[in-house]
Design a protein around this ligand. Structure first.
Ligand code: HEM
Length: 475
């Protein structure tokens, strides 16, 4: 079923772009996409764990501890079972460089995520490989260039200001759900170009959240009442909704990502098909939303524990001496930038990335057969004392010009991934987090409520377990 969906998309792409492609040759080149995962890994140390679930329960309970135990017992390359998939856990920047730079085209992102994301996001950028991925990514880049970013900033800043202004005077303010809702509002306007409030936005939000839940559903069939079935209904709603907007957006003026995707031609003057626009915009919403919500929650978690850092960031923001933030101000907040990166080092929003080998290859001296899923864990490598000084300490100065710990290896910092699939929305995310912190820290000093529980959750989404209850003091 997954393949059928992908194949339709692939055929459409050929027709829509009116390209002369040798279909047989392309099919051969893509033959790895038809192969099942290889689990014949007995020659590599490690343990898969329980049948089917593998080590999922242990990872959900203690992500870091489980990886730590594997790494110390079996070394940087070890067999592991997680989320219904059996593959290899790979730990360490040198291996990440090999996988992400991928000079010999040995690693597939599409097949790495085939078990987890393809049910809802087949054909999206992360689930594409090679030339097709490069081709589509190049077209999408226009939506992330400076003129577009300046336009997004103008839309998001007043919205963030007016929403955070309303937050004052609450003594038990649950930050996580509030910021999640605010970012969805911003996304409606900057990604889709619709109002973030009202009945349409509510339906879009619900459908989007249902798709997110559907991804986590254990049963991957459309049985009524299941998360998966609700997710599929949400997916259909969003598809129809985007379809209703696309014809107008082909010609209308607009500074939202949907409009960019509808109007940006490739080198031959061809546009994305409706199907491609829909897939890319849906995935963008997914890739942007929880990740940024998680990042901001962890910044507040860390600067809530460290009032000195909270004040240093506020001082930097106040030193701008402005009521509102403009695009040129973004570079004038280096400490805020470093604080976001440091929060993502300690608590990466994407804790585990996946790839699959396309052909047999050597990793760390082990023969790794074709079609083997690789699990890449920045959450662990970001805490390795070999690469970071006192990794348990929240210390944004480590990213400053004097120390540059993130430059000790080209792949010791993976907060936004690396290589060809590096986060296309990184600058958008860093801009949005800065704009948020600018308005929030200028308006409030905050601390945790007395009953605050400092536990962190890793799965399904890294976040403070009790949604970060805060006491906000208006300044
Ligand atoms: C703090 C927020 C964010 C974090 C931590 C984050 C992290 C990441 C990471 C780690 C990857 C690489 C995944 C891999 O290689 O397997 C990635 C890819 C991606 N991200 Fe982000 N992301 C964030 C925000 C955003 C935003 C705001 C957007 C869109 C506006 C976005 C769109 C994407 C897309 C489309 C990809 C796939 C790129 C490709 O396959 O070429 N992300 N992100």
């Amino acid at each position: 079923m997954v393949f059928a969906a992908w194949k339709t998309h692939w055929t459409n792409a050929i027709v829509d772009n009116n390209k002369v492609i040798n279909v047989e040759q392309t099919a051969d080149k893509n033959a790895y996409q038809l192969e099942p995962d290889n689990t014949d890994l007995g020659h590599i140390p490690g343990e898969f764990g329980l049948p089917i679930v593998g080590k999922t329960l242990s990872i959900v309970k203690d992500f870091y501890g489980t990886i730590d135990q594997h790494y110390k017992k079996f070394g940087p390359i070890s067999r592991i079972g997680f989320g219904g998939t059996r593959g290899l856990l790979v730990v360490g920047p040198e291996y990440y460089k090999q996988i992400y730079i991928d000079t010999e085209k040995n690693f597939s992102s599409r097949m790495g995520y085939n078990n987890s994301l393809a049910h809802f996001y087949g054909g999206s950028l992360l689930l594409q490989d090679g030339d097709e991925h490069r081709f589509q990514r190049r077209i999408m880049q226009t939506a992330f260039k400076t003129p577009a970013m300046k336009g997004y900033l103008k839309v998001m800043s007043p919205l963030i200001k007016s929403t955070t202004d309303q937050w004052g005077g609450i003594n038990n303010f649950h930050f996580f759900p509030e910021v999640k809702s605010l970012l969805l509002d911003v996304a409606c306007r900057t990604f889709i170009g619709i109002e973030g409030q009202g009945p349409v936005a509510e339906k879009v939000n619900k459908a989007f959240l249902d798709v997110g839940d559907g991804l986590m559903g254990l049963i991957k069939r459309e049985i009524p009442g299941t998360k998966f079935a609700r997710g599929k209904a949400g997916e259909r709603y969003l598809s129809d909704f985007f379809d209703s907007l696309i014809p107008d957006r082909r010609t209308a003026e607009g500074n939202d990502m949907l409009t960019y995707f509808c109007q940006e031609p490739d080198a031959d003057g061809n546009l994305f098909s409706n199907d491609e626009v829909r897939r890319h915009i849906s995935f963008l919403l997914f890739a942007a939303h929880d990740t940024t919500t998680s990042a901001l929650s962890h910044v507040l978690y860390e600067i809530g524990k460290s009032p000195q850092w909270q004040q240093r960031l506020r001082d930097e923001i106040l030193s701008l001496d402005k009521d509102d933030i403009e695009y040129d101000d973004l570079d004038k907040l280096p400490l805020v930038d470093q604080a976001v990166k440091e929060a993502l080092r300690m608590h990466p929003s994407v804790m585990m990335m996946q790839r699959r080998t396309i052909r047999e290859t050597d990793i760390g001296g082990y023969r790794v057969p074709a079609n083997t899923v690789l699990m890449i864990a920045p959450m662990y490598s970001h805490m390795m004392p070999e690469w970071w000084d006192e990794p348990e300490t929240f210390d944004p100065d480590r990213f400053g010009d004097e120390r540059k710990e993130h430059k000790r290896h080209s792949f010791n910092y993976m907060g936004f991934g690396g290589g060809g699939h590096k986060c296309i929305g990184m600058h958008f995310a860093l801009m949005q987090t800065k704009v948020f912190l600018f308005h929030f820290l200028k308006s409030y000093r905050f601390k945790f409520t007395e009953n605050f529980n400092p536990a962190l959750q890793s799965i399904p989404l890294p976040k403070p377990a009790d949604d970060l209850p805060l006491i906000l003091e208006r300044l």
